[in-house]
Design a protein around this ligand. Structure first.
Ligand SMILES: Cc1cc2nc3c(=O)[nH]c(=O)nc-3n(C[C@H](O)[C@H](O)[C@H](O)COP(=O)(O)O)c2cc1C
Length: 188
């Protein structure tokens, strides 16, 4: 059976954590996985021999990483021939109000329009506030945004909003929708 590709772009590391979690869940289900950070040279060597792909990135100032857009544009033809799942990590997806949820989906749709990707499934994944990793100005800006949106303003600590049960459900929904063969049932 051909492997499943999990390719991602990250700025502060939360999307890497999500991608690693997806890869681990796929392996538990019996799949071979290629996990690739699109900012590394390994991204140049990604071929077309996959049965499915998870593609993900995060939102900064209303945009996904240019490495993600570049990867999708340069590999559009073979990506169009297999089932693809997009995961878009953002702070907007972490908030409970409807406006934020719609904003997260709008940002994902803008990425799809720009890149031309046509995924079978899209998931907006709640990200993290990594105050301890930000420089002074980033911390100030993110604290202000968090205050407006209802996120934590405690800059002494990092805050993870990712719902791991939701990410796991996303993996299973995609495998079922894509009719990916060979998935082992997971007990418990
Ligand atoms: C400078 C900066 C700008 C951001 N801009 C947005 C934004 O426009 N919309 C949003 O929903 N989240 C925004 N975020 C939140 C990130 O999407 C969130 O922290 C995410 O977990 C980052 O993922 P990464 O660690 O994989 O880069 C921003 C974060 C930073 C640090």
């Amino acid at each position: 059976m051909q492997p499943i590709l999990v390719a991602y772009a990250t700025t502060e590391g939360q999307t890497r954590k999500v991608a690693e979690f997806i890869a681990e869940r796929l392996r538990i289900r019996g799949h071979r996985v290629d996990l690739v950070d699109l900012a590394t040279p390994a991204a140049q060597g990604i071929g077309s021999a996959y049965q499915a792909a998870f593609i993900g990135g995060s939102v900064h100032q209303h945009k996904h990483q240019s490495a993600l857009v570049h990867f999708v544009k340069s590999n559009r033809d073979w990506l169009a021939s297999l089932p693809v799942a997009l995961f878009s990590v953002s702070l907007a997806a972490a908030m409970d109000d409807m406006d934020s949820r719609l904003e997260a989906r709008r940002l994902a749709n803008e990425f799809l329009d720009e890149s031309g990707l046509k995924p079978l499934e899209v998931r907006c994944v709640a990200g993290a506030l990594k105050y301890t990793q930000y420089d002074y100005f980033k911390r100030l800006i993110m604290r202000m945004i968090a205050q407006q949106r209802g996120g934590s303003t405690d800059t002494e600590h990092d805050h993870e909003y990712t719902n791991w049960n939701d990410v796991e459900a996303f993996v299973d929904e995609f495998l079922a929708a894509a009719h990916v063969p060979g998935s082992r049932p997971v007990k418990g």
